[in-house]
Design a protein around this ligand. Structure first.
Ligand SMILES: Cc1cc2nc3c(=O)[nH]c(=O)nc-3n(C[C@H](O)[C@H](O)[C@H](O)COP(=O)(O)O)c2cc1C
Length: 352
């Protein structure tokens, strides 16, 4: 991976920045957070030195995510990115998660008054906000530094989550089989298939959300053990050409489960924050992540994973980490289309 450009290039430097400039920079970074099927289920309202982050329920996956868990995780990832952007500007964010019980779509309020220089770690993470990509496939058969895994685990704890490394060939293979079971079940369920299809764009599309054909391989690689990816192409031949001709299967990488002690909306937001911290920390070390939420969208398989791999904590996402050359390209809606200055809101947002 090369040194990435700053997510907020072209905007005024922190010294001359007004509150509006700061909000614009923060949202310009936050939109690059990962989200399920790239639904980008968020919008932002800015007033003075405060940004409110809202979940956009019109973008929720009503089949795969009827409870809004993945939507709130996606918003949590955007929240972490917004906080990190403030740190990169030398502000200390004051964050209130789910501050208004009467307005459940209000995920967080973040304000900034106090200043402190960003640390090297924060600056390094911030440089990867825009460049980081979700990987879909196998990894080089190289071990990861044990120190990185320790740092990732401590980072998850800071955000109120747990990152459990799944070791032992038998346990890894069994978890892979659960992912495969989920993927098969979803491919046979027309409601899941139709919902996924609504978030996949044909080649050449100018759509700024969902899954472009530049984000996934046309011929999914087999990993060992086999963790199948989502069926974005659905037999249409869309996707990136393969880079691993002649290789029967590649390493599945280090398999991890991101879990939380509870399973309330605040736990989902925390899991999303922990996810983005883990992804950006990994990226600073040249490590990419593949994500699997298929079994966690089926309550019976989620419960099975909770009982057998999570010590009773609630599994929120399965990650595979490893080194790989990435070619994927993703898309985002322009920050201006999701940021409402002066305390504004999108039409119809007041109704819950
Ligand atoms: C809660 C959540 C669940 C996700 N589940 C999957 C998944 O099952 N398979 C997958 O390939 N990517 C998954 N992703 C990654 C998104 O598809 C990805 O973040 C989005 O397409 C944007 O691309 P980018 O991460 O490369 O910027 C998930 C992301 C989130 C936040």
């Amino acid at each position: 991976m090369n040194t990435p450009p700053s997510p907020a290039e072209g905007l005024p430097g922190p010294e001359q920045a007004t509150a509006e400039d700061v909000a614009a920079r923060v949202v310009a970074a936050a939109v690059w957070a990962p989200s399920v099927h790239n639904t980008q289920p968020w919008w932002f309202s800015a007033r003075g030195q405060q940004i409110s982050l809202y979940a956009d329920a019109s973008r929720q996956l009503m089949v795969a995510d009827p409870g809004g868990r993945e939507m709130m995780m996606s918003c949590g990832a955007a929240l972490f990115t917004a906080r990190l952007a403030l740190r990169s500007l030398g502000y200390i964010p004051d964050t209130f998660v789910l501050p208004d019980p009467a307005r459940r779509s209000l995920v967080a309020r973040v304000s900034w008054q106090r200043r402190a220089d960003p640390t090297d770690y924060e600056q390094q993470m911030f440089r990867w906000v825009r460049q980081r990509r979700t990987h879909r496939g196998g990894f080089a058969p190289l071990p990861l530094a044990p120190e990185l895994l320790t740092v990732l685990q401590h980072g998850a704890q800071r955000d109120g989550a747990l990152l459990r490394i799944i070791t032992g060939e038998g346990r890894r293979a069994a978890l892979a089989a659960v992912v495969e079971t989920a993927e098969r079940a979803m491919r046979l369920d027309s409601a899941y298939v139709q919902e996924l299809a609504r978030w996949v764009s044909p080649p050449g599309s100018t759509r700024a959300d969902g899954m472009p054909d530049t984000a996934y391989p046309a011929h999914p690689e087999r990993t060992d053990p086999y963790f199948p990816g989502r069926d974005y192409a659905h037999g249409r031949g869309w996707g990136l050409p393969s880079f691993s001709f002649g290789v029967a299967s590649r390493s599945a990488g280090v398999v991890c489960l991101l879990t939380t002690a509870g399973d309330r909306p605040e736990d989902w937001v925390n899991a999303g924050q922990a996810l983005q911290r883990a992804l950006l920390t990994s990226a600073t070390c040249g490590v990419a992540a593949a994500l699997h939420s298929q079994p966690l969208e089926l309550p019976w398989l989620r419960e099975y994973i909770r009982a057998h791999w999570s010590d009773g904590t609630y599994p929120q996402l399965l990650l595979r980490l490893g080194t790989v050359v990435q070619a994927a390209v993703s898309v985002r809606r322009p920050p201006g289309s999701v940021l409402f200055p002066g305390g504004g809101e999108p039409p119809g947002a007041g109704h819950e």
